[in-house]
Write a protein that binds this ligand. Structure first.
Ligand SMILES: NC(=[NH2+])NCCC[C@H](N)C(=O)O
Length: 486
C-alpha cells in the first residue's frame, strides 16, 4: 500500500513549471499490445504499436527519469542492474522488485488498492460490466480474481489467460486526460470519445476511494450535465452548447490564480462554462481564459498546440500563433468566409465577478506573454520556440508527433520526444542542452550531473512507438503536486 501518511496534505498544483513533486502515470499495459488495425482509429491510435519496444526502449526511460527527479532513492546507483533484468520486474506493479513510489504513482496500483475493499470490488465490477455489456456469467467470473489481477483486467480488458473480455484502454497512458489538479481541487473529466469512457469511471472510483485523496473529497469537482440533457433531441444533445465533455489535455493550470481551458474537438463550450461557474463560486481561481481552437484531430487538446517550458518560455505551433493570424488577415478569403471563423482560434479572458465583460485576446503569444509577465512575474524577455523551428512543412509534421507537448520537471527542464529535429534545433539555438534520456541517466549515475542543479535542458525520450499513440510527455502525466511557482 502506498504510504499515505506523508501524502495527506499534499495535493497542490499552481503552475505548469513549478518543481514537480508527485504525479500519476500509467505504464503501457498488456491491452496496448492487443489493439487491432481495424479498431486503432476508434481507439484513438493512428497505428498499432509494438508493446515490448514501447515499454523497454521508450516508456521505461520516462519512468527512470521521473524517479530520478522525484524519488531518487528508488533508482540512484541501480540503473545498470534495473536495465539488466530482462523481465522488467522493477516496472511491474505487484512484484517484490516494483519501484512502488509514493511520488511516481501508477493509477493501476491505486486501483488495485481500492479493489481490496469488497464493497468497492462489487460496485465497480457491476459498473464496468454495465458499460461493457458483460454477461452475468462474466460478472461472476470477475468476482474470482484477486484485486491486483482484477485491476489489470479492468485496465487491459483481457484475462490473464489472454482471453479478451472487452476493449483495452490504450489511452490511459495519457493520465493528463483523466483529471486535473487546480490548486487543491481535482477536476474530473468527462471524455468526449467513447473509447475513453471506462477510464473516467475508474478514475472516479480511484479519486473518491483511495486514501491519498481522503482529505480532498469535497474538493473533487465533477462537471454537471445540462440539467435535462436526456430530454434533448439527439442532434441538439451533440451540439457544443448542450453537450458536456471535457478532457484534461484542455485544462492548464498556468499560474496560481489563472486557469486556461481549451474548447476543442474534446472539450465543449458548455463544459467550459460549467467549470468556470464552479471554480469562480468556490474562489479556486480568479481568471479563466477560454481558448477556442479548431476542432481537428491533430489539435485534439490545447496541450498539443502549446506547453510551457519555463516561466518565460513556451513552445507552440506558429500557424496558430501570431504568424498564422497575420497571414490570415492578409488573405482576402478570410473576409468573405465568415463561417471559417468558427474554425479559427479565439481567446477570451474572464475575471471572477466580471464574467459579463470578457476581454478578447488577439493571439496566443499575447496571452502567453501576459501570463509570463503578469501572473508569473517574469522580468526577462518572453521567448517562444516554434514547432519545426517555423520551417515549412515541419511545423505541422512535428506538432503531429508532439513537438509542442512537453512536460516540465522544473523551470526550464523538460521531457519531450527525440524525433522532432527542427524543434530541437530551435531549443539548441535558444541555448538549451539537448540530451538523450539514456545519456542523462548515465551522467546522473556517474555524478557528473544532478537533477537539482540542472537548468535549460531538453531531455529526449525515444518515441518511435509512443508517438503513434498521439500524445507526448505532457499528456502522459497528471501532476498532483508541484512546488509553488511564486
Ligand atoms: N492531453 C493529450 N493531448 N492527450 C493525448 C491523447 C491521445 C489519445 N490517443 C487520444 O486521442 O485521446
Amino acid at each position: 500500500m502506498i504510504n499515505t501518511s506523508t501524502l495527506l496534505e499534499n495535493i497542490q498544483v499552481d503552475s505548469e513549471v513549478g518543481r514537480l513533486r508527485r504525479l500519476l502515470i500509467h505504464s503501457p499495459d498488456r491491452g496496448l499490445g492487443k489493439v487491432v488495425p481495424s479498431k486503432a482509429q476508434d481507439w484513438l491510435f493512428e497505428d498499432i504499436v509494438h508493446l515490448a519496444t514501447m515499454r523497454r526502449e521508450e516508456y521505461d526511460y520516462y519512468v527512470k527519469l521521473l524517479l530520478y527527479f522525484l524519488d531518487p532513492d528508488k533508482i540512484k546507483g541501480r540503473v545498470k542492474a534495473i536495465d539488466a533484468d530482462l523481465s522488467r520486474s522493477f516496472y511491474k506493479p505487484g512484484t517484490p522488485e516494483y519501484f512502488n513510489s509514493d511520488r511516481v504513482i501508477d493509477v493501476q496500483t491505486l486501483l488495485a488498492e481500492i479493489l481490496e475493499q469488497a464493497v468497492i470490488r462489487t460496485k465497480l465490477t457491476a459498473a464496468i460490466c454495465g458499460i461493457e455489456r458483460c454477461s452475468y456469467h462474466i460478472q461472476a467470473e470477475l468476482g474470482t480474481y484477486d484485486p491486483a489481477e482484477l485491476a489489470k483486467i479492468f485496465l487491459s480488458g483481457s484475462l490473464p489467460d489472454e482471453r479478451m473480455l472487452f476493449a483495452p484502454l490504450p489511452n490511459l497512458i495519457f493520465t493528463r486526460d483523466i483529471g486535473i489538479v487546480i490548486n487543491d481541487h481535482i477536476l474530473l473529466n468527462k471524455p468526449a470519445k467513447s473509447a475513453r469512457t471506462r477510464e473516467s469511471l475508474l478514475a472516479q472510483y480511484v479519486f473518491f476511494h483511495h486514501p491519498i485523496f481522503a482529505n480532498y473529497q469535497d474538493k473533487i469537482i465533477e462537471i454537471p450535465d445540462n440539467e435535462h440533457h436526456f430530454l434533448l433531441p439527439d442532434d441538439e444533445k451533440h451540439s457544443d452548447y448542450n453537450r458536456t465533455t471535457l478532457e484534461g489535455g484542455d485544462v492548464m493550470m498556468v499560474a496560481p490564480r489563472h486557469l486556461l481551458i481549451g474548447c476543442s474537438e474534446r472539450t465543449t463550450l458548455y463544459a467550459a462554462q460549467q467549470v468556470m461557474k464552479v471554480l469562480f463560486e468556490r474562489a479556486v481561481v480568479d481568471t479563466i481564459t477560454i481558448i477556442k481552437i479548431p476542432k481537428k484531430r491533430d489539435y485534439m487538446h490545447i496541450d498539443t498546440l502549446f506547453t510551457q517550458v519555463k516561466k518565460n518560455m513556451w513552445v507552440l505551433l506558429s500557424s496558430l500563433g501570431r504568424q498564422g493570424d497575420e497571414a490570415k488577415k492578409r488573405d482576402l478569403l478570410h473576409f468573405f468566409a465568415p463561417q471559417a471563423f468558427d474554425h479559427d482560434l479565439r481567446i477570451m479572458q474572464f475575471k471572477k465577478g466580471q464574467e459579463h465583460k470578457p476581454v478578447d485576446i488577439e493571439n496566443l503569444e499575447d496571452l502567453l506573454t501576459d501570463i509570463s509577465r503578469k501572473d508569473l512575474g517574469s522580468t526577462e524577455p518572453v521567448q517562444f520556440i516554434y514547432s519545426g523551428n517555423k520551417e515549412f512543412p515541419f511545423g505541422d509534421r512535428e506538432q503531429w508527433t508532439d513537438s509542442c507537448n512537453l512536460l516540465a520537471l522544473q523551470d526550464g527542464v523538460v521531457i519531450g520526444y527525440d524525433r522532432n529535429d527542427k524543434t530541437l534545433e530551435a531549443f539548441r539555438n535558444a541555448g538549451f542542452r539537448v540530451v538523450k534520456a539514456v545519456d542523462l541517466l548515465e551522467q546522473f549515475e556517474q555524478g557528473v550531473l544532478a537533477p537539482d542543479t540542472l537548468t535549460d535542458t531538453f531531455i529526449m525520450l525515444p518515441s518511435a512507438e509512443l508517438s503513434r499513440a498521439r500524445g507526448g510527455s505532457h499528456c502522459m502525466s497528471m501532476p498532483i503536486l508541484r512546488e509553488a511557482v511564486l
